[in-house]
Design a protein around this ligand. Sequence first.
Ligand SMILES: Cc1cc2nc3c(=O)[nH]c(=O)nc-3n(C[C@H](O)[C@H](O)[C@H](O)COP(=O)(O)OP(=O)(O)OC[C@H]3O[C@@H](n4cnc5c(N)ncnc54)[C@H](O)[C@@H]3O)c2cc1C
Length: 347
Amino acid sequence: MYQLSQDQIDFQARARDLAQNVIAPRAAEVDRTEQYPWDNVQALKDAGFIGITIPKELGGQGRSFLDAVILIVEMAKVCGVTGRIAVECNMGAVSAVMKYGDDAQRKMAAEIVLSGDKPAICITEPDAGSAASEMTTRADKKGDAYIINGKKHWITGGGVSRLHLIFARVFENGMENGIAGFLAVRDPNTQTPKGLRIGDREPTMGLRGIPEAEIYFEDLEIAESMMIIPPEGLRRGFAGLMNAYNSQRVGAAAVSRSTVQVSPMQSSDVSQGESRTRAPTSPSSPVIQASRNRSDPPSPGNRIDPNPRPLGNNAVNHECPFMRARVRGPYRCVRSPVALTRWLWPS
Ligand SMILES: Cc1cc2nc3c(=O)[nH]c(=O)nc-3n(C[C@H](O)[C@H](O)[C@H](O)COP(=O)(O)OP(=O)(O)OC[C@H]3O[C@@H](n4cnc5c(N)ncnc54)[C@H](O)[C@@H]3O)c2cc1C
């Protein structure tokens, strides 16, 4: 069995302390309000838990993916959204840029992530989900830039993220050359560049404090210098980029595993004195309280809407203290129980 090093045990203790004392008390509110938890981002940043896998020479800590998972597990046990933020700030898109980006791209990405940004990775399209390589978003070469057009959906952080890694099919003189990644930086304050437009927020079961959104690319111009191609070349670009992105899958699984440890149904076991969870969470934890509250008779402000309004009617503000950004997202709120977790992960 793998033994954590003393450094990792200390790191875990620090993460657990922050999770239990700072993140946990806010978890129910994050879920209830569906607001992106900028306070938690600041807390993670202050504790040195953002960009931990970024190399030291770029301002990070050069920590391993295992260290990132240790952090993610502690956060996700008390707040799935903060767990997801810990994933995206340490794995996934940022790892792909660190692996394949040139010096300027890596420096730019490191600075943005270390400032507290959760990068967005834009792969999935309405007709290209599991079969992601069937994407139709295209990048047409024009001089020393590419013009991106297409639509993505289910983009985690759409509307709050600044750094975007966009996967697109590359065309030159009408000929398709393969799939590459393109880095775009959105300013949520000015909502620029205009060609990167955030669409509707997609409703989710759980993880309600982080937006999943549609993103439209409408003649978005990206300099060629912001194009990322793995060493294997454009023809193998998709496989290469996905390899570098795969760390995110481990992080996402860690969030699911940890969230299930304190699932609502397990919380009822706790309340009946037959705890089956190994999570260090007491019945009074906000996660458990939140799940209990959900099974309470709905209050007027917390009712499941039998006729959901069209997306776009429930505006939620996302205020970013780092950028003084205020993004008004046309978001809908759908409230759903998450009791499936016990079925998905029986004890
Ligand atoms: C919470 C959340 C966050 C996400 N964040 C991001 C993000 O940040 N960026 C991003 O790009 N994407 C994101 N996604 C999208 C995610 O990557 C896709 O949902 C995933 O790739 C599956 O695609 P799909 O939803 O279109 O399902 P589909 O591909 O339509 O699959 C639906 C079902 O059919 C099955 N299926 C599909 N093809 C086959 C086949 N050939 N044979 C047998 N069974 C099949 C699948 O296993 C699945 O059960 C997110 C999704 C969620 C739910």
